[in-house]
Design a protein around this ligand. Structure first.
Ligand SMILES: Nc1ncnc2c1ncn2[C@@H]1O[C@H](COP(=O)(O)OP(=O)(O)O)[C@@H](O)[C@H]1O
Ligand SMILES: [Mg+2]
Length: 177
């Protein structure tokens, strides 16, 4: 699967998260068919606009959905949903199956991979979640995970609606110039 790495500072512009998620689902449609996963998508009908680097957020969403497809049991359901309030916009990706507890503490570290005997792991670099966290934090946001045998696994990306990161960077430039 494409693990395109985008380096550098985010290029902030008004971006619709709903459209970004839809775009990623189109990019991944072949993989979704191939993995015999049922996909449930729950997106608001109105745009969720945020100041963000659209390409970088796309990459985060690709990595999360790609993981959910690759690392969950065939024949199960993957759910993608997005919501927003006055302060934050969330994208959540849920799949069946639990992440091994010993993996949870270093999940977002570079080169963390699960079961080395699985096909998915053999062909992966273990960088997807590391990159996802780097990008979320560069946007002033967070990424976190909940995983249990009963509930399965849910990753949540939370981005601030307010472009504070951008303002801080701009004032930072002004000070150092
Ligand atoms: N949605 C998920 N469900 C179950 N396990 C996951 C999920 N996402 C990540 N993992 C586990 O975390 C590891 C690290 O993920 P990631 O950083 O994306 O690396 P990669 O997918 O390249 O192995 C994976 O190898 C897998 O074992
Ligand atoms: Mg991955």
């Amino acid at each position: 699967m494409r693990q395109f790495i985008r380096k550098g500072e985010p290029q902030f512009e008004p971006s619709d998260l709903v459209e970004t998620v839809r775009h990623v689902l189109r990019i991944l449609s072949h993989e979704i068919d191939r993995e015999r996963i049922e996909l449930q998508v729950d997106l608001p009908s109105e745009p969720l606009t945020v100041y963000a680097d659209r390409i970088q957020i796309e990459q985060v969403v690709v990595n999360l959905i790609d993981n959910a497809l690759k690392h969950s049991p065939a024949g199960t359901v993957v759910r993608v949903y997005s919501s927003g309030d006055a302060d934050h916009l969330d994208i959540e990706v849920h799949n069946a199956g639990r992440i091994a507890p010993e993996l949870m503490t270093r999940l977002f570290d570079p080169f963390t991979k699960g079961d080395p005997s699985s096909t998915a792991s053999r062909f992966s670099a273990g960088l997807g979640l590391y990159i996802a966290r780097e990008i979320a934090e560069a946007h002033g946001g967070t990424i976190d995970v909940q995983s249990s045998r009963e509930e399965g696994t849910t990753f949540r990306v939370r981005l601030p609606r307010n472009p504070r990161v951008r303002e801080e960077r701009e004032s930072g430039w002004a000070q150092t110039a």
